[in-house]
Design a protein around this ligand. Structure first.
Ligand code: 1GP
Length: 270
């Protein structure tokens, strides 16, 4: 069956992600926080991550307050890799002209208008001026003891209430967002539980991104089997980059064993 027409043309980075989802059933993104590693280390880790099978990079951090840090980090990654670099913004200071794309995201469970819509309004003309490809995304945060929850004034969603979480994800889809990101927070003790991902999978047909606390191949495989399309790891590459190859391999095998998860772009039903 041919994929349904979307009624609009995807940008280059989003089309690359969708093509990978069609071809191999999942995508792995490596997150770099410019506050944690200097540009030279980032370049080294980016090269290594590409060799180990990552599909692209996200750059951002909850407490990156200086645009220059974003610029230098993105330039360093781009100097060694041609994989796409996507801004993972925490505020308007994250908007750098050197990236390929930006997750144009709304922190749906923030208690503050600024993180839901305010920063997006303030950054809109900047994104246009820089020619960044916006990828509209809903973002929900779990677990209180993380930087993202504190900085984003998030009211963390309860992992034990999947129906509530699914209603946030479905609202994101109905509002026209093309991705939903379930975030445990960088450095979280454990990843988002698979049973929660399964319920969200049933509710939406946009791709699901899962990140935070994913450290092992088994974590990654479980998350993929539960229905995630895109997995993000950050801390693993900062602390034990040699383990990335194994994680990517497990994710690839898990994706091969399951039916294609997304329906919106592939036209296949879960
Ligand atoms: C955080 O989901 C990402 O925004 C990655 O988390 O650093 O725990 O891999 P980790």
């Amino acid at each position: 069956m041919s994929p349904p027409s979307l009624g609009f043309k995807l940008g280059k980075t989003e089309a690359y992600i969708v093509d990978l989802l069609r071809e191999k059933g999942y995508v792995h993104l490596t997150l770099f926080d410019p506050e944690i590693k200097d540009p030279a280390s980032l370049a080294r880790l980016a090269k290594l991550s590409e060799e180990m099978g990552t599909d692209g990079f996200m750059v951002g951090g909850s407490t990156v307050y200086f645009r220059e840090m974003m610029d230098e980090a993105i330039k360093a990654i781009k100097s060694v890799s041609s994989l796409p670099v996507i801004i993972f913004p925490s505020n308007i200071t994250s908007v750098s002209p050197y990236a390929d794309a930006i997750f144009y995201m709304s922190l749906l469970n923030s208690l503050e208008w600024w993180f839901i819509l305010g920063a997006q309004i303030h950054a809109s003309f900047l994104v246009k001026e820089y020619g960044l490809e916006p990828i509209p995304m809903g973002y929900v945060v779990f677990k209180g003891e993380t930087s993202v929850a504190a900085v984003g004034r998030a009211f963390p969603l309860p992992e034990s209430k999947p129906a509530i979480v699914a209603s946030y994800a479905l609202a994101a889809q109905l509002l026209g967002m093309r991705l939903i990101y379930l975030e445990a927070g960088s450095g979280a003790d454990s990843p988002i539980p698979p049973q929660l991902i399964r319920i969200v999978r049933k509710a939406v047909d946009i791709p699901i991104i899962v990140g935070g606390g994913i450290r092992s191949g088994e974590d990654a495989a479980e998350i993929i089997r539960a229905g995630a399309d895109i997995i993000v790891t950050g801390t693993l590459v900062e602390q034990a980059p040699e383990r990335l190859a194994g994680l990517v391999k497990s994710a690839r095998m898990a994706a091969r064993e399951r039916p294609p998860a997304i329906t919106r772009y592939t036209g296949q039903m879960t």
